[in-house]
Design a protein. Structure first.
Length: 140
């Protein structure tokens, strides 16, 4: 990258590309959870494991988001909205789309607890069908 542009001439930051990749992975994981939860043979353990797997990317997202914040000159604990607002084109649209999709998926995950998709009476007390707190805070 030279002068803030990639060789293709478009403005881009490596940390934003990586952050977008991580957010896509989180979106895919939440989508997988919802698909499994809605299946006729939903397995509580598998559903819980899928959500727990988000924990594996939390640290990576936090580090990458801090790096992006540093590159953009915003607060190190910036939310996704703040990062999008401070990013050059096309990143506001890209990050905004991730945020919108993740918020919708988070609401759908929360709805699993309030409907009959999974019989929670069978769930062990350790099963929590919610997105990680750090992701919820990042989306705020």
């Amino acid at each position: 990258m030279v002068g803030g542009t990639t060789n293709g001439g478009s403005t881009g930051l490596a940390s934003l590309r990586e952050l977008s990749r991580i957010l896509r992975r989180e979106r895919d994981t939440l989508g997988l959870f919802l698909d499994r939860a809605a299946s006729d043979d939903a397995d509580l353990g598998e559903c819980s494991d899928i959500l727990r797997s988000l924990g594996g990317v939390e640290l990576h997202r936090a580090i990458t988001a801090r790096e992006a914040a540093r590159e953009l000159g915003v607060s190190a604990d910036a939310t996704l909205r703040v990062l999008a607002d401070g990013a050059p084109a096309p990143w506001p649209a890209v990050l905004g789309a991730h945020r919108g999709a993740l918020l919708a998926l988070a609401a759908a995950v929360a709805a699993v607890r309030r409907c009959d998709l999974i019989d929670l009476r069978e769930a062990p007390s350790s099963v929590a069908f919610e997105i990680p707190r750090s992701l919820a805070e990042f989306l705020s």
